[in-house]
Design a protein around this ligand. Structure first.
Ligand SMILES: [Zn+2]
Length: 374
């Protein structure tokens, strides 16, 4: 007999309260098929940040990606826009930009996990860790760089990368992958922080993904500082590290918060190098695909993609002279720095609805908790 679990759950809840916000997975015993109802509350969050990625950078995926393949950006049903202005400047840096997401407050440019007064504030993943969640950070920059650091460190200035490395050692992060060996190994205090990571239960890989012991906490430091740029030969590190993190977290029943940063979209913007930006956006889109595939397969996973700010005043221009130049795109830039343009937000999965609309970057933090019913 076919049993419809959602209808049954629904009518029961209609009597008790309202028929929403319940996640029901039932097994049809005769058919043996798993039936998943539409979950309203996520048990996992994957948060992807394309550093320096404005709408033109996203648009590049539509003109420079594989022919006949839609970018993964097209798979999101919910869109928003954020104002990324920081607490000190109209135009944010990556420290204040990521800190707005991680602590839910506008702070000054250069801040890492601290408020306007320089006081440490618990980050979204630290608050969730207190509730038994696992958390992870991945970046194509050094793992002590501003964006990933804002999720596990609390320091006054982003340049304090030795202190940030110390914070990572003492954090509750379960999985990290990126570059930045030099902040752990060639330190002014002469300590070898690879040994410290091992002491605190990490299996550390310095050569390649896939080499760490998944029965321990996992850390990858795969370059002295930032990883290679994609256009200079980086492999599929970002999608592969994302896949390995998801495999790692799926081993346990604990919920997880995973932050994945496409760090170098920003670096290509600073260089005003169109090919650099485009290759990094396409690579980031692949990582988004890995996250969405996981969310589609496992359910109960909220995927949110956004950026801390736009970099370069990037645009997909024609030749600028006449309509006859509309047949070709020549990427152009208006600045070597960041801009104040509003930034898109993409959301998929349970709780995604909270991310529609136009709002401040700090609301990303509160929307995570709203999506969790907290
Ligand atoms: Zn930047």
């Amino acid at each position: 007999m076919f049993f419809h679990p959602f209808a049954a759950t629904c009518s029961l809840f209609l009597i008790l309260s309202s028929c929403v916000e319940s996640t029901e997975i039932s097994i049809d015993k005769e058919e043996g098929a798993q039936i998943t109802s539409s979950a309203e509350t996520p048990t996992n969050i994957i948060f992807l940040i394309g550093d320096g990625m404005g709408t033109s950078q996203v648009s590049a995926a539509y003109f420079y990606g594989e022919e006949d393949a839609q970018p993964n950006f097209s798979r999101f049903p919910i869109l928003g826009l954020i104002n990324t202005t920081s607490g000190s400047d109209r135009i944010t840096d990556s420290g204040a930009g990521a800190t707005a997401f991680s602590i839910g407050q506008k702070s000054y440019n250069g801040a890492i996990g601290v408020d306007m007064q320089g006081e440490a504030v618990q980050t979204v993943n630290e608050l969730l860790e207190d509730q038994g969640w696992q958390s992870g950070v991945i970046s194509t920059s050094g793992i002590t760089h501003a964006t990933p650091a804002s999720f596990y460190a609390h320091v006054a200035k982003r340049s304090q990368q030795y202190d940030i490395a110390t914070s990572l050692v003492h954090s509750n992060i379960s999985f990290f992958a990126g570059g930045g060996q030099k902040w752990f190994m060639n330190r002014p205090d002469s300590l070898n922080y690879l040994d410290s990571l091992t002491h605190y239960g990490f299996s550390v890989g310095t050569e390649s993904l896939g080499s760490a012991d998944h029965s321990k906490r996992v850390g990858y430091l795969l370059a002295n500082d930032g990883l290679l740029a994609k256009h200079e030969g980086r492999d599929d590190f970002l999608p592969n590290a994302t896949a390995e993190a998801l495999e790692y977290f799926a081993q346990s029943d604990k919920p997880f918060f995973l932050m994945v940063e496409g760090s170098q979209i920003d670096w290509g913007g600073h260089e005003n190098n169109g090919d650099y930006v485009i290759q990094e956006v396409l690579d980031f889109d692949k990582a988004i695909g890995v996250a969405l595939d996981y969310a589609e397969k496992h359910g109960n996973t909220l995927v949110v993609v956004t950026a801390d700010h736009e970099t370069g005043g990037f645009s997909l221009s024609g030749d600028g002279k006449s309509m006859s130049g509309y047949g070709e795109i020549s990427p152009t830039f208006s600045t070597g720095g960041h801009t104040a343009t509003l930034i898109p937000v993409f959301a998929y999965g349970p709780g995604a609805n909270y991310f529609g609309g136009v709002y401040e970057n700090t609301a990303i933090f509160s929307k995570f908790f709203e999506a969790l019913g907290q």
